[in-house]
Design a protein around this ligand. Structure first.
Ligand SMILES: C[S@@+](CC[C@H](N)C(=O)[O-])C[C@H]1O[C@@H](n2cnc3c(N)ncnc32)[C@H](O)[C@@H]1O
Length: 334
């Protein structure tokens, strides 16, 4: 075997909780640089759906639940490893650390196989899912491994490099995309402003301002430490060192005394509701707030929750939408 070979573990019937709880720390311990979820085969779904797979029309909740249950109890994953690990036992023990009580059932029901991949095969697998993309009229988002490549050089727009890691936000999701489109047209208005990217994930929204707006101070905040680690990675990938970035906060109470000209919050409805009092506290009198992550059918609920705030501030509301998602910009001069 060559020293630089790569390996993968194929794991079947992995309990969902283990996948949901994978952290960067655990992935490091597993020696793992990528995880791929394997799709359920179409003919298996057809088998569960029976006649329904051919006649179309409404599928009952009962049958959909059956498919969900099947998927949940038959999850299959490929773990890509850079270096060889000792053996299957070590790998499985690390994978199940904290969930040892599930091991016996897994050993009875599950299966695991180790295979050697072609050199750097994992790398190619990983890259297949990510390409340089033009995400708005002015912005391209480029996966870190394309930095400096021909594809990168050929892109003329503003560019942000993102390591597609554990932080949400590569620019393609409609909720992020709507915010980026808003940012596309605001650079001249934003000069000198203080901004917070609230729920920054990969940091993509704050990074866009940091990289292309003049004299801005951008703070990033997230409750997820893996996302913050990814955001930090992305800041250095884009050569935005500490002179451009003033703070990356780990605790809300560290920025509660700050006042922001602009709050960017692409989070889901329940969090947008929970965080309203914080937003009220940290927004400057003439500040603007961008709320994304709202489904079309949730807009009314959000607006009625924010109604008092909107009336008190005499906010105008600008609404944009994409693929069932809505972004609301609240401010006096939009
Ligand atoms: C949909 S992602 C948005 C990421 C990125 N800003 C973008 O636009 O693509 C939402 C982020 O909000 C974070 N989040 C969830 N609840 C939060 C809270 N209460 N306070 C701050 N961040 C939160 C999540 O960890 C996640 O990274």
């Amino acid at each position: 075997m060559m020293d630089n070979s790569s390996y993968s573990f194929h794991v079947k019937k992995l309990p969902k909780i283990i996948v949901d709880d994978l952290t960067l720390e655990k992935l490091n311990k597993l020696n793992c640089i990528g995880v791929k979820e394997l799709d359920i085969e179409e003919d298996v779904v057809d088998e569960i759906l029976g006649d329904k797979s051919y006649c179309g029309g409404e599928i009952s909740d009962e049958i959909l639940n059956l498919v969900d249950a099947y998927i949940e109890s038959n999850l299959e994953y490929e773990f890509f490893l850079k270096e060889k690990v000792e053996d299957e036992v070590t790998f499985i023990n690390n994978l199940f650390s904290g969930y040892e009580h599930l091991l016996k059932d897994f050993r009875e029901a599950g299966s695991i196989s180790l295979c050697e991949l072609e050199d750097n095969d994992w790398n190619e697998e990983w890259k297949k899912n990510y390409h340089p993309l033009s995400v708005t009229e002015h912005l391209s988002v480029i996966p870190s491994f394309y930095k400096g490549s021909v594809e990168d050089d050929n892109l003329k727009k503003r560019k942000i490099y993102i390591n597609p890691g554990l932080g949400f936000g590569t620019g393609t999701h409609p909720t992020t995309n709507l915010c980026l489109e808003y940012i596309d047209n605001t650079f001249s208005l934003i000069e000198g402003m203080r901004i917070i990217d609230y729920g920054c994930g990969s940091g993509i929204l704050g990074l866009y301002f940091l990289k292309y707006a003049k004299d801005v101070q951008v703070d990033l905040f997230d409750i997820d430490k893996d996302a913050l680690e990814n955001a930090r990675d992305n800041l250095s990938l884009n050569e935005l060192n500490s002179t451009n970035v003033f703070d990356i906060y780990f605790e809300v109470n560290k920025f509660l005394n700050n006042k922001y000209d602009l709050i960017l919050a692409n989070i889901l409805l329940p969090v947008l509701k929970d965080e309203l009092s914080t937003f009220m506290q940290i927004l400057k009198p003439n500040g603007v707030i961008v709320l994304s992550g709202i489904l079309e059918e949730q807009v009314e609920e959000l607006l009625s929750f924010y109604q008092e705030f909107i009336e008190k501030k005499k906010f105008k509301i600008h609404r944009s939408s994409k693929e069932g998602w809505v972004c609301l910009v609240l401010g006096n001069e939009l």
